[in-house]
Design a binder for this molecule. Structure first.
Ligand SMILES: C[S@@+](CC[C@H](N)C(=O)[O-])C[C@H]1O[C@@H](n2cnc3c(N)ncnc32)[C@H](O)[C@@H]1O
Length: 161
């Protein structure tokens, strides 16, 4: 179920994620990218669109998400640019993720039991001058205009002002 939601999110938020990948303050195109808690690959594929020469290591604790990600990578013809690693990032020791130029964590850090540990681990594995990009949203996105009628069931559940 979460996988389907992630894939819908990826479609709806594709433009937003692409804008962020274009904005990243990088001196040059990264060659080695790690996508933390990659899910079904929204970030992985947005980054590969932006940096087609890169290789992405996609890490997640869900074998099902990673299988979908691999299937999509093959379907898109970028299978050779994607490597998946099944790992629980709450573990004290992470698997070897190389020395990435860019670590990407979208909608990921809030899942970490100890975000401080994740930050320290990323700092230690990043290449010199590497970038850690953390993407989080403060709440569920709304896709209707602010003046849309809140009392129309079925349009969108509006629980925030
Ligand atoms: C909200 S999804 C975000 C997925 C993706 N980054 C995106 O932007 O679409 C969160 C992901 O974190 C993964 N996850 C949660 N806890 C984790 C952990 N301790 N270690 C590794 N992955 C984890 C879940 O399996 C899920 O794929």
């Amino acid at each position: 179920m979460q996988a389907e939601v992630l894939e819908l999110d990826a479609e709806v938020l594709a433009g937003h994620i692409a804008t962020i990948t274009a904005w990243l303050p990088l001196a040059s195109h990264p060659r080695r990218i790690v996508d933390l808690a990659a899910g079904t690959g929204a970030g992985t594929f947005a980054l590969l669109e932006r940096f087609p020469e890169a290789h992405v290591t996609a890490v997640d604790a869900s074998p099902g998400h990673l299988q979908r990600l691999r299937d999509k990578a093959c379907a898109r013809g970028v299978g050779k640019h994607v490597h998946t690693v099944l790992a629980d990032l709450d573990n004290a020791t992470w698997p070897d993720l190389g020395t990435p130029d860019l670590v990407w964590a979208s909608a990921a850090m809030h899942h970490m039991a100890d975000p401080g540990h994740a930050l320290r681990t990323v700092r230690d594995l990043l290449a010199p001058d590497g970038l850690f990009a953390v993407v989080e949203v403060p709440g569920l996105p709304r896709f209707l205009p602010g003046n849309a009628p809140a009392d129309r069931p079925g349009l969108e559940t509006a629980s925030t002002p």
